[in-house]
Design a protein around this ligand. Structure first.
Ligand code: TGC
Ligand code: FAD
Length: 385
């Protein structure tokens, strides 16, 4: 589809190369199959992880340890092209790079980094991030999962996490738990006795993505399992800022895919002896969808440049996540209506994106949480507590 605003002209040659390489991989390896994966509720992680590793998108914005060390705009462009395939694919990459690798890279010991990051960058080891609990989602400060040190110095981890992307397929979990010293992060190999991760079934959204519970039943970890570099809620929240940044780019790809599908369909579907794209009501929908994609893209690029300048704030990330996910969901719903009855089948990508975006609206901070974050920034008054 024509890039009317010529936004990608502002990308560097390297960023455009990354865009084209990721897009080709998604077109060749994902799009022919993703409707079936969604229908069957599977995500072939072991097959795709090395492919994504060789593309350089796992921990793409991290330096060293086999990571690509690229700028934030490049990472954003990659997320956009991945999510044009499916939000589950971008979720896999977000969780691996921004939620599992980032805390080890930023707060881990030299041994933790050496042990996990090179294999995770290559897609040989899969990570997950355990923050949300059955009774504590938007409010992770009150989490119940806890870790206590016994007389030998080992940590004993108990509790449960819920809605954990990649949980059942992970080799390593970054788990946040209460300790005597406040909230700490733990690097937990998934073969540790007492750790279990059953998959959550019956999802009607993000079906091409593995979502699990995590249970810790007296999981014994060495003293070295704790992330030494951070204490308190700011540890997990700083990881969320990284992942939310990827989402505010990713959903532009999902929205663009819906718009492209609706435009194509409207030019060939004939009713009342005319293509439906010739009706003014259809054109009005398409025009607003086009505006939404362009505005979201401009927001993402602006925030990416702030991030590359080291100036991006959590409030700005909330702005982008709130605005771009809402825009993408509205665009997907409009596209679905343009496709009529065909809008509800997996023969077209639209209903898949639309259902996926319902999860994206909820995870990484619900729409309401980002609204209240902006409300707090505007008024200086805290509506959370
Ligand atoms: P609050 O008092 O605001 O902050 C506590 C401490 O954290 C600091 N902080 C940050 N630090 C770094 N980066 C950030 N982005 C930060 N945001 C806050 C803050 O300065 C403070 O530090 P200090 O030193 O003063 O202690 O905390 P609060 O309890 O008021 O909570 C704020 C709130 C509600 C916004 C927060 O709890 C929140 O964001 N809740 C939503 C939870 C959430 O988003 N969960 C996501 C789970 S992971 C997930 O969904 C993965 S989906 C993956 C996929 O498949 O793609
Ligand atoms: P709740 O917090 O119970 O919220 C329910 C409703 O109440 C929402 O509308 C919410 O906005 C509203 N609400 C809550 N507090 C307020 C308030 N103060 N004011 C106004 N409204 C409020 N978590 C992880 O840790 N790791 C993962 O990998 C992960 N992957 C996920 C994958 C999927 C597919 C999904 C669906 C979720 C995932 N999550 C993950 C969890 C996700 O982050 C949480 O679902 C989300 O933070 C919301 O928590 P909750 O579901 O407990 O909803």
């Amino acid at each position: 589809m024509d890039d009317l605003l010529r936004i990608d002209d502002g990308l560097s040659e390297e960023q455009r190369l990354i865009r084209d390489t990721v897009k080709k991989c998604v077109t060749d390896r994902v799009l022919p199959h993703v409707g079936d994966w969604f229908e069957e509720a599977v995500f072939p992680a072991r097959e795709l992880a090395p492919v994504l590793g060789s593309l350089g998108v796992l921990g793409m914005h991290l330096e060293g340890y086999g990571c690509a060390g690229l700028d934030a705009v490049s990472y954003g462009v990659a997320c956009r092209e991945l999510e044009a395939g499916d939000s589950g694919l971008r979720s896999f990459v977000s969780v691996q790079g921004s939620l599992a690798m980032f805390p080890i890279w930023k707060y881990g010991s030299a041994e933790q980094k050496e042990e996990w990051l090179p294999r995770m960058a290559a897609g040989e080891a899969i990570g997950c991030f355990g923050l949300t609990e059955p009774d504590h989602g938007s409010d992770p400060a009150n989490m119940r999962t806890n870790a206590k040190q016994d007389s030998s110095g080992d940590w004993i981890l108990n509790g449960a996490k819920m809605w954990i992307t990649n949980g059942s397929i992970a080799d390593v979990a970054v788990v946040w738990a209460q300790t005597e010293d406040g909230i700490r992060g733990f690097v937990v190999p998934s073969d540790t006795p007492g750790f279990s991760a059953p998959e959550i079934h019956k999802k009607l959204s993000l079906r091409a993505s593995v979502t699990s519970s995590l249970y810790f039943d007296n999981v014994r970890l060495p003293a070295s399992a704790v992330l030494p570099g951070v204490r308190g809620l700011k540890g997990p929240l700083s990881c969320l800022s990284e992942a939310r940044y990827g989402i505010l780019w990713g959903v532009v790809g999902a929205a663009r895919a819906c718009l492209e599908s609706a435009v194509d369909y409207s030019k060939t579907r004939v009713q009342f002896d005319r293509p439906i794209g010739g009706f003014q009501l259809t054109q009005e929908k398409l025009a607003w969808m086009y505006v939404g994609v362009g505005q979201s893209q401009l927001t993402a690029l602006h925030l990416g440049r702030l991030k590359d300048a080291g100036a991006l704030t959590p409030q700005q990330v909330s702005f982008g996540k709130l605005a771009n996910v809402r825009a993408a969901l509205d665009i997907a719903r409009q596209a679905r209506s343009i496709l009529g009855g065909n809008g509800i089948t997996l023969e077209y990508p639209v209903i898949r994106h639309m259902n996926n975006l319902e999860s994206v609206l909820t995870y990484e901070g619900t729409e309401e949480i980002h609204v209240l974050t902006l409300g707090r920034a505007l008024t200086g008054l805290d509506a959370f507590h």
